[in-house]
Structure formats: structure tokens, C-alpha cells
Design a protein around this ligand. Structure first.
Ligand code: HSE
Length: 424
């Protein structure tokens, strides 16, 4: 007899609808492969009068219809956001149900409370879908690669921002058009701010790093820079210098500390991350046994994310008493580490004599040496333009100080931009 799992689904948006579609399509296949038979009991929605992939009697706006239904074994949370998702997850455990969630924001910010609720009730939590959509990266880290000491992982963790940057690079469209295209493909979060300001990737990076390094971290220690200030001229310059721009995330063990950061990066065209386009994500892991390993796949979207949710549901059904994926026994300091890097810098200038000289003198005073300099007036009627500079490797604090001084000089008509350059 197959093991039957009766499901409640909280949220029938992009991922919830994808899950219903995938279960309808592959239920027989899943049963054959895993001996687990899935049955959707009921779904929670905010508004009842929209077209839904389930019959009306299986849809409710009252969360208690799910919590109080003793026949439901497992609740899937795909509402997103922090409230009420966190309260619903805790209540699901307190009602005796296992939980599968795709919600990185709630795990990164309220992980302790959620894991405590799961363990207090001796229930399971699955969260594979919270990081990199369809790529089974959490299971790889916590199981397939368990025999490795990992000192670094990095990659592209946000499909929307990767889609936006790829589209700006390849189609030469402005940021707002590229973002609208990502939203129309169902990639972005309900509020795309978190996709473009780097916070969504930072949430995922924190989950990845906590699992990899089996430690607790403070979300505020992650350095986060978004992609909102990039302009078409940055992509032209990157291209002319042999780079593409990608939204990167890095977690690195530095002796007794961890360095976690999310920021756009100039990536050499022959680097593996340069081939990761559109909504695809990638994670590159360095382990002492495996060397470098690349995971690449769709990191956002309805069916890829539903695929990860389904894998958690089946895993919980098959191993109801397995130990939790995340069981930190220690806290490691995750304070930012002072690093040196090559940078691309763009200074939006007024068209006045001596601008390039002033900028290079200030950089020189901080020991920063230039490898490439390009100046271009972009809008002659208002006498504005840009100076683009690439520098040799320099300490980040010196770069920040030099940028602040140049900005204080009154020579700029907007904030300067600084993008790190990934070395091969
Ligand atoms: N908005 C997310 C992304 C979806 O673009 O990667 C999955 O987390």
C-alpha cells in the first residue's frame, strides 16, 4: 500500500498553482517512484473570486479550515512575506502538521522561532524551495556533500535580478523595462524591491551559509548591495572590457569568521557564472574532497519551485523521523571582513574642466591605481556625463573613502557607482 499524504496548501499564487499543476500531472509517476500518494485536501487563498486550479469547495479564505482539519498531514506554505506566513507556519506545527515552505524571508529572519516550533511538536520542516527554486542545493549540501569541509560558496541566487541584468546587457533596455519583463514572466516576488535590492538573495545566502557552516548568523551582518543604480552605459563599458554584469552572492570562511555578501559583479566572459543567464541560478561550492562543483538551473518560476516543494513533501513522507537539516551547535562571528578587490567605478559628473584629473588625484591619494579610464558626455544639453574607471585591486575601505571625498567635492550630479570585479 502506498503511503498517503494529505496536503493543505497555504497560497495559490505562482508557486501554489504550480504545485497543484505538478501534482495533477505527475501524481502517478511520483507514486511509482516513491510509493507516496499525494492528495490535495484544501487550499487557503486571500480572495475567493479569482480563477483557481482547484474546485471552489476545496478553496477557503479561513486558515482554521486547514489547521483544524485533522485529516491534513502536511501544510505547504507558499504565501511568501513574513506576516502572516510566520504565524501560520508556527500554528501548523502546533496543530500537529509537518510543514514545507518556499519562504526564505521568514526563515532568514525568524528561523529560530520556526525551528523551535517544529522541534517542540516533533514535526518536520522542508525548505528546499526557499533557495534557488528547482535546484536541489540544500539537499546536496546537507547530504550529498556532507563529507566535505566547505570554505566557500558563491553564485547567483536571484532569478529576477539575473533576468534583469541579462536583459539589460543583451537587449540594451533600461532597468524599468527589464524589471517589467521579469514580473510578467512570474519571476519576481510580489514586491520586487527585495529582488532588485539584493535582500532576496541575502535571505537565501544566509540559509545556504547556515546549513553549510552549521552555525547561526545575524542577518544584519550580510553586506547587501542592489542592482537598481546600474545604467545601460555600465553594460556597454563591461562589454568593451570583456565582462558581463551578474548579481552575485558569496559566503566565505575567513579563519574564525564568515564573510557574507550580495552585490552585482563584473564577471569575465569566460567565467562559469557568465553563462548563467536570465532566471537561471547557479551555486559554485568549493569542498576539500570535491574541489569545485557547479549547480545550475532555474531558480525562480512556478514549476521549478513547485518541483522543490514536491521533493520535500516526498522526503518527509518517506523519512518522517529524520533529523533536521539545520541543527546549529555554535555561533560563528559573521562580521564583514576587510577585503581588497578590483573595482569598476562610475562617476556621474558635471562637464567642467579638470574633472578626470580631480578624480584620479583623489584615487591616487588613497593609493588606488587606475587601469582603464573612459569619459563620456551622455547628455550635452545639461552638461552632464560619466567618467568610468577600472582600478587595480585596492582595499574596500580606501575605495569607499575616496568615493566619499569625490562626492563631497561637489563635482558629481548623482551618487558614484562601484562594482567589484570577479577574478578568474
Ligand atoms: N523572486 C525570486 C527570484 C523567486 O527571482 O529568484 C524565488 O525565490
Amino acid at each position: 500500500m502506498p503511503r498517503k499524504v494529505r496536503l493543505g496548501i497555504m497560497g495559490l499564487g505562482t508557486v501554489g498553482s504550480g504545485l497543484v499543476e505538478l501534482i495533477k500531472k505527475n501524481a502517478r509517476l511520483i507514486e511509482n517512484k516513491s510509493d507516496v500518494k499525494l492528495e490535495i485536501v484544501r487550499a487557503l487563498v486571500l480572495h475567493k473570486n479569482k480563477p483557481r486550479p482547484l474546485p471552489p469547495e476545496q478553496v477557503t479564505t479561513n486558515p482554521n479550515d486547514l489547521f483544524e482539519d485533522k485529516t491534513i498531514d502536511l501544510l505547504v506554505e507558499v504565501i511568501g512575506g513574513i506576516h502572516p506566513a510566520k504565524e501560520y507556519i508556527v500554528q501548523a506545527f502546533d496543530s500537529g502538521k509537518d510543514v514545507v515552505t518556499a519562504n526564505k524571508a521568514v526563515l532568514a529572519t525568524h528561523g529560530d522561532e520556526i525551528f523551535n516550533a517544529a522541534s517542540r511538536n516533533q514535526k518536520q520542516i522542508g525548505f528546499e524551495a526557499s533557495v534557488c527554486g528547482g535546484i536541489p542545493i540544500l539537499r546536496a549540501i546537507s547530504s550529498g556533500l556532507i563529507g566535505n569541509r566547505v570554505d566557500e560558496l558563491y553564485g547567483i541566487l536571484n532569478g529576477t535580478s539575473n533576468f534583469v541584468l541579462t536583459t539589460m546587457q543583451e537587449e540594451r533596455v533600461p532597468f524599468s523595462d527589464a524589471l517589467a519583463m521579469a514580473q510578467s514572466k512570474g519571476l519576481a516576488e510580489a514586491d520586487p524591491t527585495l529582488d532588485v535590492n539584493g535582500m532576496d538573495a541575502a535571505h537565501k545566502l544566509m540559509i545556504l551559509a547556515e546549513l553549510t557552516f552549521q552555525t547561526k548568523m545575524r542577518f544584519d551582518d550580510v553586506i547587501v548591495e542592489g542592482i537598481e543604480n546600474l545604467q545601460p552605459i555600465d553594460f556597454e563599458t563591461a562589454e568593451s572590457l570583456g565582462y558581463v554584469i551578474r548579481p552575485t552572492a558569496v559566503a566565505r570562511r575567513m579563519e574564525d569568521r564568515l564573510d557574507l555578501r550580495v552585490h552585482p559583479c563584473f564577471v569575465p566572459k569566460n567565467h562559469p557564472l557568465a553563462t548563467v543567464r536570465n532566471e537561471f541560478n547557479a551555486v559554485i561550492i568549493r569542498g576539500d574532497a570535491i574541489g569545485e562543483m557547479v549547480f545550475h538551473g532555474k531558480g525562480a518560476g512556478s514549476l521549478p519551485t513547485a518541483s522543490a516543494v514536491l521533493s520535500d513533501i516526498v522526503e518527509i513522507a518517506r523519512n518522517p523521523n529524520s533529523t533536521p537539516l539545520w541543527n546549529p551547535t555554535r555561533t560563528i562571528q559573521s562580521a564583514p571582513v576587510e577585503l581588497a578587490s578590483r573595482f569598476y567605478l562610475r562617476f556621474p559628473i558635471y562637464d567642467r574642466p579638470g574633472m578626470i584629473g580631480m578624480i584620479s588625484t583623489c584615487l591616487g591619494a588613497h593609493g588606488i591605481s587606475i587601469t582603464d579610464a573612459i569619459a563620456r558626455l551622455t547628455c550635452t544639453e545639461t552638461n552632464q556625463g560619466n567618467v568610468m574607471i577600472v582600478i587595480h585591486s585596492a582595499p574596500e575601505t580606501e575605495v569607499r573613502k575616496a568615493l566619499a571625498e569625490i562626492q563631497e567635492s561637489g563635482a558629481l550630479n548623482a551618487d558614484p557607482l562601484s562594482i567589484r570585479i570577479l577574478e578568474n
